[in-house]
Design a protein around this ligand. Structure first.
Ligand code: PAF
Length: 286
């Protein structure tokens, strides 16, 4: 596995692979890698001649009161995991090279960035869209891989790629879960034992809601209420950003369910913010 730290070198290396007819699959990450990330790496390995993984804890996607400083970092452990997966290139740029003095360009995907998580993390998706654009320009991938756990992120990136005519396939891969259903996330490391035991409540609420849709209920308010009741009944839950039923294309909240719907929630357990979602096909399940 080749380790590259300088964007210019990454860019030249990517160009060489392109010229040799070796398309690149790209997995952008912020490190603290878990099975969710590794599932993206495996998919990229299956579909591309070259797989590049980046690790960059992107400062501009964190709000001022968020966990940028404490975000888990384990470059050595991550490198070891990626070496085992036989990743071709690990790109770990320094913040000073990604955002040199005078940096003043940002990418904002209007509309999609202000809903769901964006309503609670106002500059988050602008930070994500900006860094992903820059990483795409450096790595020049044919395909890029994202997890469904961050569903809104994938929607924002797909929109951006379409709007800005970036010739990149955005591949969304299934959420990888712990045995008790908790969606894998680097932030799960913040949970203490009691909080970790409580955390699968989000998955259970989504799962039960999906069962209700399956049983023929199409009243979104009812589904929303059931998910909320379930989540708020867990004493470890310290706050709720949103719980609801959304259109997976527009991310607008729905009042009546048809076709495919997105059940999604963002809750706090202690000081840890957890997100999860589930896509449910209404037609097929009724
Ligand atoms: O999903 C993440 O880990 C990050 O938001 C990403 C896409 C690597 C951008 O910093």
């Amino acid at each position: 596995m080749e380790l590259i730290r300088i964007p210019r070198i990454m860019q030249d290396t990517a160009k060489e692979h392109m010229l040799r007819g070796k398309p690149i699959g790209f997995v952008p990450t912020m490190g603290a890698l878990h099975e969710g990330h590794l599932s993206l790496v495996r998919r990229s390995k299956q579909e591309n001649r070259i797989t590049v993984v980046s690790i960059f804890v992107n400062p501009i996607q964190f709000g001022p009161a968020e966990d940028f400083q404490n975000y888990p970092r384990d470059t050595e452990g991550d490198s070891e995991k990626l070496r085992k997966e036989e990743v071709d290139i690990l790109f770990i740029p320094d913040a000073s090279l990604m955002y040199p003095g005078g940096f003043s360009t940002h990418v904002k995907v209007e509309g999609f960035s202000d809903k769901l998580c964006g309503a609670f993390r106002p500059s988050h998706f602008r930070g994500v869209a900006t860094v992903v654009t820059k990483l795409f320009n450096i790595v020049n991938p044919a395909r890029a891989y994202f997890g469904q756990k961050d569903f809104q992120q994938t929607v924002v990136i797909r929109r951006m790629v379409k709007d800005l005519a970036m010739d990149i396939d955005i591949v969304m891969c299934p959420t990888i879960r712990e045995r008790d259903g908790l969606a894998m996330s680097s932030r799960n490391a913040y949970l203490n034992e009691a909080q970790r035991t409580a955390a699968p409540v989000v998955f259970r609420a989504l799962n039960e809601a999906s069962g209700l849709v399956e049983s023929g209920i199409i009243d979104a308010a009812h589904i929303q209420q059931k998910m909320q009741e379930r989540i708020l009944a867990e004493p470890a839950v310290s706050g709720v950003d949103y719980i609801g039923v959304y259109d997976p294309i527009t991310l607008n909240e729905l009042s009546e369910l048809k076709d495919e719907i997105l059940l999604a929630a963002a809750v706090k357990i202690g000081r840890t913010r957890l997100i999860d979602n589930m896509l449910v096909n209404v037609k097929k399940e009724r």
